[in-house]
Unconditional design. Structure first.
Length: 318
């Protein structure tokens, strides 16, 4: 296998509680990264001290960039990505733990992924959900969320729903040609990257659970089983749930329009069904509703089409 120069892009913000375990798992990778690039979002705890101590002994280059003011998760990852010098990039969250084979598996998979189709490749793995003290649960993130293992045309799902957490992905740095700078309509950094990869190159999965995904109260995005008390309560509370559906739909819609515009400006040939779907977003809500169920786009489960459908019907458009 060809040796890849992999940059690990880590964003931190007041991460002292779990950061050391994450850093130790990076140092323990069987496939040594080319560099670790950290963008710290104005931490007020001992995060910077932990990073500085780690950089003195790490088996790879460590560069830490500190933000004077808090940028937020999306802009912080944008900054970290802009500083990466590797040919491939792996995103990293401050509170997870990588199993020793993670980079090795994804490095091997991304090369076969790119050989099957032109354009930048993006690969992702599964995760095991763990308690905040890293107690193993044996639960798979993919299974817990009812997600498909792989997708024939990933962009059809990614236009309306993200299913690839950033901490599971490794992608070609060529993707940044299209991805940076992030537009104002970026719903989330990992979703934006996955969508552009699906529209310009190839997205492939690896079934391994190579990340321990810590569940705690401060997760940016946690994982709850589909029929958990949290999700059942959300469904019962109709108005708050409706507002969430509408907000998610608006974010997905704005991001899809931004993606097609960005790629069109760069001369990328976009799949006809993706272009047609985005074109319907400025038409009547019933035209858009037809597109939701037509196969141009698809949610992970058929019933989940109800979410964008409800959002369309309550959007106030003609």
């Amino acid at each position: 296998m060809e040796e890849l120069k992999i940059s690990v892009a880590l964003c931190t913000c007041n991460g002292e509680l779990y950061l050391q375990e994450l850093l130790e798992s990076l140092a323990g990778q069987g496939y040594t990264p080319f560099e670790l690039v950290v963008s710290d979002d104005a931490s007020k705890d001992s995060t910077r001290e932990i990073l500085d101590a780690f950089s003195a002994t790490a088996p790879f280059s460590v560069r830490v960039q500190g933000n004077i003011e808090n940028l937020g998760v999306v802009k912080n990852f944008e900054r970290a990505l802009s500083l990466c010098n590797g040919d491939y990039i792996a995103l990293c969250d401050q509170d997870d733990v990588w199993l020793p084979n993670k980079l090795a598996r994804l490095a091997e998979r991304v090369q076969s992924c790119e050989s099957g189709k032109g354009g930048p490749g993006l690969v992702y793995c599964d995760m095991e959900l763990v308690e905040d003290d890293l107690k193993r649960t044996g639960r798979s993130y993919v299974d817990d969320q009812g997600l498909a293992v792989s997708h024939e045309d990933p962009y059809r799902t990614l236009l309306v729903q993200n299913y690839i957490p950033g901490c599971t992905m490794l992608f070609s740095a060529d993707l940044l040609t299209y991805a940076l700078p992030f537009p104002d309509d970026t719903a989330m950094h990992d979703w934006w990257l996955a969508l552009l990869a699906a529209l310009t190159g190839n997205v492939c999965s690896d079934p391994s659970r190579s990340v321990l995904y810590r569940q705690h109260g401060d997760n940016q995005l946690g994982s709850a089983p589909r029929f958990s008390a949290r999700n059942v309560l959300s469904a019962v509370m109709v108005m708050p749930a409706l507002r969430t559906i509408q907000r998610n739909y608006r974010a997905a819609t704005a991001q899809a329009i931004a993606a097609v515009a960005r790629l069109s400006d760069n001369g990328v040939v976009i799949p006809d069904d993706a272009r047609d779907y985005v074109a319907t977003l400025s038409d009547s809500r019933f035209t858009t509703l037809a597109a939701v169920f037509s196969g141009k786009v698809s949610r992970e489960k058929l019933l989940r089409n109800a979410s964008p459908a409800v959002a369309v019907l309550t959007s106030g458009r003609g």
